[in-house]
Design a protein around this ligand. Structure first.
Ligand code: SF4
Length: 234
């Protein structure tokens, strides 16, 4: 990343509006990291199954588990009909396979029963709140992964907040230090326009991974230093 400090666009003070601060954050991250390309999108059903596999593991491990699943079960019906122990063995590289395998099969079963096919394209026509409620009614899908499906696959205005986005947002002072990631999701959704959700989400994750680490944030070279209200800034 670049260490160049962009010029302040807004005066920073205790009375600065949260919307102005959010815009400053967005622009500084865009200056530092660029506008992320729209990532290669998975088909909605693939993205949904990936959300189960991605829990409590790295993208690398969940990606491996997903590839193994698709290689062994080319059709969703195959994955649904497989003995659950066999499915768990297939996705073992993604971790927590004993928990994830039955959840994936339960989701496939419910979608087939409700929709008559393995497809969730109907979400595109639902209001975002309703689509979010439907997705989070599955055991194993929270607001973060539901928002990823809605934003990445359908371009719906849902802001995914993972651990990195949550930590950076709290430190910046846009939210309380103990606010939940679900509350932070609502804050971003109120403060920035929907067309910023995708690039801002990805740039906040990148910033959290590369600079604003959970332990030992590198505040000295941080492009958000001038607008950050973290009391323990290094
Ligand atoms: S100044 Fe420090 S705490 Fe604030 S965003 Fe940057 S790295 Fe994180």
């Amino acid at each position: 990343m670049t260490n160049a400090m962009p010029k302040l666009q807004y005066p920073i003070s205790n009375t600065q509006s949260p919307a102005a601060l959010a815009e400053e954050i967005y622009r500084r991250l865009q200056d530092a990291y660029g506008a992320p390309d729209w990532r290669p999108t998975y088909a909605p059903m693939d993205e949904l199954v990936l959300t189960f596999l991605s829990q409590n593991t790295s993208d690398l491990n969940s990606g491996r588990a997903f590839q193994a699943l698709k290689a062994r079960y080319p059709a969703w019906q195959d994955a649904l009909d497989a003995p659950v122990a066999e499915l768990a063995e297939t996705i073992r590289s993604g971790g927590l396979a004993q928990r994830k395998a039955p959840r994936i099969q339960a989701a496939l079963r419910r979608i087939q029963t409700e929709r008559g096919e393995f497809a969730i394209g109907f979400l595109a026509d639902l209001p975002t709140d309703e689509a979010l409620r439907w997705l989070t009614s599955f055991d194993g899908i929270g607001h973060k992964t539901a928002s990823i499906v809605l934003l990445f696959c359908f371009g719906k205005p849902a802001f995914p907040v993972d651990t990195h986005v949550g930590r950076v947002t709290r430190r910046l002072g846009l939210t309380g230090s103990k606010d939940t990631e679900e509350k932070i999701k609502g804050i971003w959704e109120r403060l920035v326009p929907p067309e910023w959700y995708y690039p801002l989400h990805l740039n906040l994750i990148r910033h959290g991974r590369e600079v604003c680490h959970a332990r030992g944030p590198e505040c000295g070279g941080c492009v958000l230093n001038q607008v950050c209200r973290y009391e323990e800034k290094t």
